[in-house]
Ligand binder design. Sequence first.
Ligand SMILES: C[S@@+](CC[C@H](N)C(=O)[O-])C[C@H]1O[C@@H](n2cnc3c(N)ncnc32)[C@H](O)[C@@H]1O
Length: 283
Amino acid sequence: MTSHTIKSVLQKAQAKLIEISDSPALDVELLLAFCLDKNRSYLFTWPDNTINEIQLAQFNDLIEKRLTDYPVAYLLGTKAFWTLDLLVTPDVLIPRPETELLVEIALQKIKDIKEPKILDLGTGSGAIALALASERPNAKITACDYSNKALEIAITNAEKNGLDKQIIFIESNWFSNIIENDYDLIVSNPPYIASDDPHLAQTIRHEPLQALVSDNSGMKDIENIIGNSKDYLKKGSWLMIEHGYDQKTQTLALFENFNYEETSNYQDIAQNPRLSIARKSTL
Ligand SMILES: C[S@@+](CC[C@H](N)C(=O)[O-])C[C@H]1O[C@@H](n2cnc3c(N)ncnc32)[C@H](O)[C@@H]1O
């Protein structure tokens, strides 16, 4: 009988994934560690250990699914974001590392507010709301989504990370069920991809469309959020929106049109302009 060492199994699977993945080594390591119920460092420490037939069958099954471009995070059921480990299912967008930029800038802008009141629009897995809650235990956070299934995941994530006391989750079509109007900060990573964008058919076809696609070449939800947020923010408070790499000019123009002040834009690690922020007038 052939013995399957960790090293040989990883090598074989990696060779298969090269075709479809930008990170085949990482993918296979994460998937094998998951099947063995160990962390990745175990694989590097014990490369000559053998794995049993059941573990091998489970691993091969995951590799077959991955070969259909199915995301690793959905196969594992979890995704790391900020300092948290979040449950993810195909009902929610997989949180992206780029979104940590929004969390970072948000924390800077509320650092002097003792008990900041924050609204996260389109919370999905709860990534942004939970990251902010974890850093600011005194923050009072409202997180909304119009997807009931997404909210269930976000609530589970809040409980799992011990942050459920700090966040109120509301089913809301943007502002439809938001009652309070004195937020110190509104944050959103809304859908912003145009329906005819080729990426939809290629790289992100397994994620929920309602989390990704917006009308008006991807700008409809951004416009809605910028136009309405003013009625929900305290004077002088910040609105922060993550958007596509090519939507900076339009987003900043919308901020100007709706009379926001101190507009600025931030680039992600790949130097793409992905976050625009502005302040409601103090007058
Ligand atoms: C790009 S995902 C962002 C998820 C999460 N905030 C993150 O950064 O990973 C956009 C989210 O907005 C939600 N959404 C889309 N349209 C909405 C609407 N009209 N009202 C409320 N939420 C909406 C989607 O269900 C999805 O969870």
